[in-house]
Design a protein around this ligand. Structure first.
Ligand SMILES: C[S@@+](CC[C@H](N)C(=O)[O-])C[C@H]1O[C@@H](n2cnc3c(N)ncnc32)[C@H](O)[C@@H]1O
Length: 363
């Protein structure tokens, strides 16, 4: 267990740059590299060498020059930079969505939160920040290699183990009722293929008034989980949304939206747990705008569970080999951060760790 001052990760984010910390180097052409600072370390590019020692002990936000006079803007990665460049097995929740999840699920300091699956740990980082050191985040994951990736990524981000975090291996729908007393969890956050399979377990562990939020990639999953919640009757105030963020180009008088954007990542479905034995208040509608039967819903939602596969939903399957590779990369990045007082760059590791470019297809 690493010792760090409270709140967790604060030293990673402020003060002079220190060995073991990650910094982003952006050159005048906008090329980005992320390196882990080591005493005596060097960043080699096709144009010269930048010595880590020139940055260590200095402030964040400097413009540094390498041996050939080539300039770099040096900045500590923000949470969104980190999540989008960290090693990943499973697809991460995009920062615009994690921000919404924290807000819409009302994740508060000290909250007891259940999350599944943990994937690469992208969302776990935001949830841990929101619950703080005095909260509890219980993250359930069925694939051990993904849990390894997530553990290493979270430790790199916070500079050590986070006191509020526990990973539980196994199927969330089976494990969470064994771990938590009925009605003892404040919030449940699910990012998985078939969240409806967890409905009974979520209804059991969630406290009256507690919030359940689902992040799903397709409209068919959204509809399936919404219908399951409606039929179940133990939840109320079900609302669906998606979040679009459009960047703007700012250049003198050329002020306009960017030509390209990340148009789709996923949908959010949020609802609240009723107190035991309560029925949701039936809202009076002005007119009966829609009428449907179960057969209409089934027309686009196969009842056959075996047809809800990652491929059918347009997801790229992650092989065990790829997941193990991501786990090795995440562990190596975490160890670089932990080895704070290395005298020299390890020649076997090479001079620098380049950030993974973000593939929009992965988002
Ligand atoms: C899209 S990933 C989660 C990504 C994660 N939120 C992030 O930001 O890095 C979905 C994960 O859910 C896991 N999973 C799917 N069904 C599960 C279940 N019933 N119980 C536990 N984990 C599950 C998968 O193994 C996968 O790692």
């Amino acid at each position: 267990m690493t010792d760090f001052p409270s709140p967790a990760g604060v030293n990673e984010r402020r003060g002079p740059l220190r060995p073991g910390q990650r910094v982003q180097l952006k050159d005048a052409k906008g090329r980005l590299n992320t390196i882990t600072l080591t005493e005596g370390g060097q960043f080699h590019s096709y144009q010269g060498v930048l010595h880590h020692d020139d940055l260590i002990g200095g402030p964040d936000g400097v413009v540094a020059r390498n041996s050939a006079g080539h300039e770099y803007q040096v900045l500590r990665p923000l949470i969104s930079d980190f999540v989008l460049s960290m090693p990943r097995g499973a697809t991460v929740v995009y920062p615009k969505d994690s921000g919404q999840i924290v807000q819409m699920a009302d994740i508060f300091p000290g909250a007891r939160v259940v999350e599944a699956g943990v994937g690469s740990g992208g969302l776990s980082i935001s949830l841990l920040r929101a619950v703080g050191d005095a909260g509890e985040l219980h993250s359930y994951e069925r694939r051990e290699e993904f849990a390894d990736v997530a553990r290493a990524n979270v430790q790199t981000f916070f500079g050590g183990e986070h006191p509020a975090w526990q990973i539980h291996l196994g199927d969330a729908q089976e494990e969470m009722t064994a771990v938590h007393e009925p009605g003892s969890v404040d919030r449940v956050v699910l990012d998985m293929l078939a969240p409806w399979e967890c409905l009974d377990a979520v209804a059991t562990v969630l406290a009256p008034g507690g919030v359940w939020i689902n992040y799903v990639a397709t409209a068919t999953q959204l509809s399936r989980v919404a219908e399951a919640i409606r039929e179940d009757g133990r939840f109320t105030q079900t609302e669906a949304s998606e979040t679009m963020v459009r960047g703007w180009h700012l250049d003198g008088l050329a002020v306009r939206p960017d030509h390209r954007m990340v148009a789709h990542t996923g949908f959010l479905l949020v609802c609240r747990r009723l107190a035991t034995g309560q029925e949701a208040l039936a809202l009076k509608k002005r007119s009966k705008v829609s009428e449907f039967k179960a057969v209409d819903v089934e027309a686009w939602q196969p009842a056959d569970e075996s047809r809800w596969t990652p491929q059918a939903l347009g997801e790229r399957p992650v092989t065990d080999k790829k997941a193990r590779k991501a786990a090795r990369e995440a562990a190596s990045m975490e160890q670089k951060g932990a080895r704070r007082h290395l005298a020299d760059t390890d020649p076997e590791e090479g001079p620098a760790v380049a950030a993974d470019p973000v593939d929009p297809a992965d988002l």
